[in-house]
Design a protein around this ligand. Structure first.
Ligand code: AHG
Ligand code: MN
Ligand code: MN
Length: 337
């Protein structure tokens, strides 16, 4: 059996990739690593302990919070606060951003945005879920309270981003802007080990992932692209195959490894789509671009959008570059006024 590099060893080795961060970013990533192990442990026990199901509380977006949503939120928040490298966080499960008002944290340089548990409606049925995180340097003065402007930075300015997928195995996948690297968790040792170095997405693929139940509400460009995916054409390997888990992390992870396209479009009823720009789409878009994929709102790169609100939603298209180009072609050709 070969011994793989640990996540900790890998981060120390790559310190020179983030020269401005010294040890800070390493400590921050290690807080995320620790929190993900705790969440992983609880998810693995779901069904045995009273942690599945709804909490009876709605978040600011009117969604029912699951008990595990709230548990994961507390674990990540506390782990990040304890390390002192982060001065504040924003989360899907927090109405407003949270300032870590203690002596060490207020002098910290980083803020984190997170979706503590992505795909949480899948928990009760033992299907893969995830955690998504996005890291920026603060722009407000160090020493003072964090400000909204720290959290509304353009995605292009992320210093690191990643996700943890709690699947048939648990993996942490992240980027600091120098490629995408994946680490698989070995629960018998309690460590993450390098299993996927420098991940790149295949240029094209055979998988399309979207919630087809919403077909009637899709924009015309998406309807036309979907029909294209289903047509028969040997030269382009069509028809494609449909795969949709309903956990963005899991759907993206599969498409990253196998090649494919993921779409959560806008509809007339939800003109901004469903997914959240700051803690779902931006971090996934950073990983996507680093892996040679594209990530857009159907027209423009996600990473170039200027955020205006913490819980802002955005249409999301991401995947293999050749498939994305075809999807863009249909979006532009059949753009409705
Ligand atoms: P969350 O559980 O964090 O609210 O995210 C759920 C998101 C995303 O993970 C998934 O791709 C999408 O919602 C699924 O939505 P539909 O059920 O509308 O397809
Ligand atoms: Mn989510
Ligand atoms: Mn969530």
């Amino acid at each position: 059996m070969s011994i793989h590099k640990t996540l900790g060893e890998f981060i120390v080795e790559k310190q020179s990739d983030f020269p401005h961060a010294k040890g800070e970013l390493s400590a921050l990533l290690s807080a995320i690593k620790l929190a993900s192990k705790i969440v992983n442990r609880e998810i693995n026990k779901a069904g045995l302990v009273d942690i599945t199901g709804a909490s009876g509380i709605e978040n600011i977006q009117g969604e029912q919070q699951q008990k595990l949503d709230m548990f994961a939120n507390e674990v990540f928040k506390n782990a990040l606060m304890a390390r002192g490298e982060v001065c504040g966080i924003a989360s899907e499960e927090e109405d407003n951003y949270v300032f870590f008002d203690n002596q060490t944290s207020r002098n910290a340089n980083y803020i984190v945005l997170m979706d503590p548990l992505d795909g949480s409606s899948n928990i009760d049925v033992n299907v893969s879920v995830g955690t998504i995180f996005s890291i920026y340097r603060r722009v407000s003065p160090v020493g003072g309270p964090v400000q909204m402007e720290d959290f509304l930075q353009v995605g292009r300015d992320q210093v690191a981003a990643g996700y943890v997928i709690y699947g048939s195995s648990t993996m942490l996948v992240f980027t600091t802007g120098n490629g995408v690297h994946g680490f698989t968790y070995d629960p018998s040792i309690g460590g993450f080990f390098l299993s996927h170095e420098s991940l790149t997405i295949p240029k094209t693929g055979k998988i399309y992932s979207l919630n087809e139940g919403n077909y009637i509400k899709f924009p015309l460009g998406v309807k036309k692209y979907l029909k294209y995916c289903q047509e028969e054409d040997e030269s382009t390997n069509r028809p494609y195959t449909s795969r949709y888990i309903g956990s963005l992390v899991a759907d993206f992870h599969r498409n990253l490894l196998k090649g494919g396209i993921y779409i959560y479009p806008q509809t007339a009823q939800a003109p901004s789509g469903k997914l959240r720009l700051l803690y779902e789409c931006n971090p996934i878009a950073f990983l996507a671009e680093q892996a040679g994929a594209l990530a857009t709102d159907g027209y423009n790169p996600i990473l170039d959008l200027k955020p205006t609100e913490l819980h802002q939603r955005v249409p999301f298209f991401t995947g293999s570059p050749e498939m994305m180009e075809t999807a863009h072609h249909f979006m532009t050709k059949f753009k409705e006024s």
